[in-house]
Design a protein. Structure first.
Length: 232
């Protein structure tokens, strides 16, 4: 098999690429990176010395690709499926990239700040940074709520790379900074995302690892999807 995705089923940015792969039933081999295992860690750092997941390796074309947006654009170019994840129209492609960055920088990143701070010992916590992250999430939720008032997906009627970015960002952010109630259009959009088979399959694969997530007790029960509910 040409494609290998080096990832971890719990990692939110890995979810973004998995959703893209599952959207088009793209054949690939999954290689779980276990940073706690010396062999796994050594092999992965030999492939990508910066050590960040996910990384896609394409043996057929001889490419090693980091960064979720780059990976998805690469898949769309070299392994296209029935569901194009970037529109053909150049203006819409640019809009897709904009909203992809929006979710990564303004929802995903502040969510990770909150989670990482929770893991720190008391003496190393950053309450000001957490407050700033929560303020960023509120601003981003409000912007997204306005955006989704008349749209099914972020770019319109077609599921795109931007929605691949939105799903894990909103899943984890909604646990630490809930958006239901105050942002009804965001909540309705997230409900549509959770009905997408590609996302359900990704969550089902993450479920055995949810106990490692520090806010596991706060994951809504209906999102604890089992394998049978998300079978490909």
């Amino acid at each position: 098999m040409s494609l290998t995705l080096h990832h971890h089923p719990l990692a939110s940015f890995c979810h973004k690429v998995l959703i893209a792969l599952y959207e088009n039933s793209t054949p690939f081999r999954g290689a779980i990176v276990d940073y706690g295992d010396e062999k796994s860690r050594t092999e992965f750092f030999a492939l990508w010395p910066l050590g960040k997941i996910p990384v896609l390796r394409d043996e057929r074309l001889g490419h090693t690709l980091p960064e979720t947006t780059i990976i998805i654009e690469y898949l769309d170019q070299h392994y296209p499926g029935a569901q194009p994840l970037l529109p053909l129209d150049e203006a819409l492609r640019l809009e897709t990239r904009l909203w992809d960055r929006f979710f990564d920088f303004y929802i995903h990143a502040p969510m990770q700040k909150i989670v990482s701070d929770h893991r720190r010992a008391d003496g190393g916590k950053d309450p000001l940074g957490v407050d700033e992250a929560r303020a960023m999430l509120r601003t981003a939720y409000a912007m997204l709520d306005r955006r989704m008032a008349d749209k099914t997906w972020v770019i319109g009627d077609a599921f795109s790379m931007a929605d691949c970015a939105a799903a894990p960002a909103l899943f984890y952010a909604g646990i630490v900074a809930p958006f239901s109630g105050a942002y009804p259009n965001v909540a309705a959009y997230f409900d549509r995302l959770t009905e997408r088979r590609s996302f359900r399959r990704t969550l089902a694969e993450a479920r055995p690892y949810f106990h490692l997530y520090p806010f596991a007790a706060d994951i809504p029960a209906h999102l604890l999807i089992d394998d049978a509910a998300a079978a490909p």
